[in-house]
Design a protein around this ligand. Structure first.
Ligand code: GDP
Length: 473
C-alpha cells in the first residue's frame, strides 16, 4: 500500500476516536446545561460534520490502496463472463433440441415489476440450463410484443415449436417447461434471489481456484447479479434508443448530480407511505455537504424522476438553491391512465437511465422503479452499494427467499424489545429502522425484536449454479 493510503487509514482510526471524545465531552456537559435544546442541536450539527469527514476519508481508501485498477478490470471481466454465458445459454447450437423455459410477460403490473419478472425467469433459466423463451404477444406496453421495442433475448431461439409444455415443478429432463409468477411458485428453489452463483463469488476454475471474485469488488453482490440480468435483457431498439437519446440531450446532465425518485399516485397508502419532498432533500443536502469537504460544487444538481406531475414544480419552488433536472411531461404521462403506452415506456426508460447515471440516488426501495435504478447503477460502475439512500425498505427482490443477517458480535438484550445474539446466529430481518437498530428474528432462539445493526453483517447465500465451463473464462 502507498504512504497516502496508510496515512489515510490512520487518520480514519484517529478521527473515529476524536468523534467519541467530542460526543462524550459535549453530552456530559449538556447534562448540567440550562439551554439543553440549543446545545444539543449544535452538537448534532458537529457530529454530522465529523461523520461526513470520516465517510469522505473512507471513500478515498479504495482509490489509494493500490487495487483501484484491479477492481475496475475485475468488475468488467466478471460482467463480461456473465453476459457471454447468458448469450451462450440463449443461443443454443440446435434450438429445436434445446431444453427450454417459457415465461409469459402478461404480469399485470408496472414496467419495473415486469422487468423483475423477466429477471426471475432468466435466473431460473440460467440455474436450470434452459433457454428462456419470452412470450409477449399482447404486451401492455406494445401489443406486438417485447421484440418490437427491445432487442430479442435470443438471436436464434425464440420458439418452443410445438413441443409439449409442462408446468414447473418438473424433472430435469423435461424438455419444455413453463414457469408461474414468482409469488405463486410452490417450494421456492434455493437459487432464487438473493442467492448468487458460487463460482462467481469464489471462482474455482483453472489456476484461479478458490479466488473470490464478485465479493472482492462489490459490496452488494446480490443486486450486482440481478443488475447483470437487466444488462442482458434491456437493450432498446434503434428507434427507442433514439427517443431516449433525444430527451437526454435536451437536459443539462452534468456531474455532480444526485438522482431523486419520488413514487406517489397509486402507490401511496396502498404499498408505501407518503414521503414529503423535504425527506428526500435532507439526504441530497447531506450528500453535497460531504462532497464539498473535498471539492467545490458550483451547482447542486438534482435529477428528479416521479410519477406525480406536481412534484417538479413544487421542488423548484421550495428548494431554489438546487437546480432540478427533469421532464414534466414524463411525470405527467406516468401519472395518468396512459401509463401502459409506448410513450410512458420511453419516459420511464429515460428516467431509469438518468437515475442510474447519477452519482447517488435517494429513493424508496418499496418501489420497483427505485430498485431497478439501483440495479442498473450496479452495472455501470464497479460498486454502487454505497451510492443510494432508501427512505423505507432495505434492498430486496420481490418474492425472494429469506434474507438473513449474521451476528458478528455478541449482544445481550438490554433495553426493552432488544434480542440477544451469539456470534454466528442467523437473524431473519424485517428491515432497518435507520436509527441504529433493525427488527428481526433470531433463528436459533426464535426471539423477535430489535438488533443493533452494527453487530450484524449481511449473510450472503452462495448457490452452486451451473458453471458453464464451455464458455471460456
Ligand atoms: P412500483 O409500483 O413503484 O413498485 O413499480 P412498477 O414499475 O411496478 O409500477 C410503477 C409504474 O409507475 C412504472 O412502471 C411507471 O409506469 C410509473 N412510474 C413510477 N415512477 C416513475 C418515474 O419516476 N418516472 C416515470 N416515467 N414513471 C414512473
Amino acid at each position: 500500500p502507498t504512504e497516502d493510503y496508510e496515512n489515510l487509514r490512520r487518520r480514519v482510526y484517529s478521527n473515529t476516536k476524536e468523534l467519541w471524545y467530542y460526543i462524550n465531552h459535549e453530552l456530559s456537559k449538556v447534562l448540567y446545561d440550562d439551554n439543553k435544546v440549543e446545545k444539543i442541536k449544535a452538537i448534532l450539527d458537529q457530529v454530522a460534520e465529523r461523520k461526513r469527514s470520516l465517510l469522505s476519508d473512507q471513500e478515498k481508501l479504495p482509490e489509494l490502496d493500490g487495487y483501484h485498477e484491479w477492481r475496475q478490470l475485475e468488475a468488467a471481466n466478471v460482467s463480461d463472463l456473465v453476459q457471454r454465458r447468458l448469450h451462450h445459454l440463449q443461443n443454443p447450437s440446435d434450438c429445436r433440441d434445446a431444453r427450454k423455459l417459457i415465461c409469459n410477460l402478461n404480469k399485470g403490473c408496472g414496467f419495473g415489476c415486469q422487468l423483475h419478472h423477466i429477471v426471475y425467469c432468466l435466473i431460473f433459466a440460467y440455474a436450470t440450463e434452459r433457454t428462456l423463451i419470452l412470450n409477449s404477444k399482447g404486451w401492455r406496453y406494445n401489443n406486438k410484443g417485447w421484440d418490437y421495442v427491445f432487442h430479442p433475448i435470443s438471436d436464434s431461439c425464440t420458439t418452443a415449436y410445438d413441443d409439449k409444455v409442462l408446468q414447473w415443478p418438473v424433472a430435469y429432463d423435461a424438455k419444455v417447461v413453463s414457469l408461474p409468477f414468482i409469488d405463486s411458485i410452490s417450494q421456492k428453489p434455493k437459487f432464487l434471489p438473493l442467492a448468487i452463483p458460487k463460482d462467481l463469488a469464489h471462482s474455482a476454475h483453472g489456476n484461479v481456484r478458490g479466488v473470490s471474485r464478485i465479493v472482492r469488488f462489490n459490496g452488494d453482490p446480490a443486486s450486482w447479479w440481478i443488475g447483470q440480468m437487466l444488462k442482458y435483457i434491456l437493450k432498446p431498439r434503434a428507434s427507442l434508443q433514439k427517443a431516449i437519446n433525444e430527451t437526454v440531450a435536451k437536459m443539462n446532465f452534468k456531474t455532480p448530480i444526485v438522482g431523486v425518485h419520488i413514487r406517489r399516485t397509486d402507490k401511496v397508502g396502498t404499498e408505501a407511505a407518503f414521503h414529503h419532498i423535504h425527506e428526500y432533500m435532507t439526504h441530497v443536502k447531506d450528500y453535497y455537504d460531504q462532497l464539498e469537504l473535498t471539492r467545490k460544487v458550483d451547482v447542486r444538481r438534482v435529477y428528479l424522476a416521479t410519477d406525480d406531475a406536481n412534484v417538479l414544480e413544487d421542488a423548484r419552488k421550495k428548494f431554489p438553491e438546487y437546480e432540478f433536472l427533469g421532464d414534466p411531461s414524463i411525470a405527467k404521462t406516468a401519472a395518468t391512465h396512459r401509463r401502459y403506452t409506448p410513450l410512458s415506456l420511453t419516459g420511464l426508460l429515460v428516467d431509469l437511465h438518468m437515475l442510474s447515471m447519477c452519482d447517488y440516488i435517494v429513493c424508496t426501495f418499496s418501489s420497483q422503479v427505485g430498485r431497478v435504478a439501483y440495479e442498473m447503477m450496479q452495472t455501470n460502475r464497479v460498486d454502487a452499494s454505497n451510492a443510494f439512500f432508501s427512505l423505507d425498505d432495505i434492498y430486496y427482490f420481490g418474492g425472494q427467499n429469506a434474507h438473513d443477517r449474521v451476528a458478528v458480535l455478541p449482544h445481550t438484550a438490554g433495553a426493552q424489545q432488544e434480542i440477544s445474539l451469539q456470534v454466528g446466529d442467523l437473524i431473519g430481518i424485517a428491515g432497518n429502522h435507520w436509527n441504529g437498530y433493525g427488527r428481526g428474528t433470531n433463528k436459533r432462539t426464535n426471539a423477535n425484536g430489535l438488533v443493533p445493526w452494527y453487530k450484524t453483517a449481511d449473510h450472503l447465500v452462495l448457490y452452486p449454479f451451473p458453471e458453464y465451463k464451455e464458455v471460456p473464462m
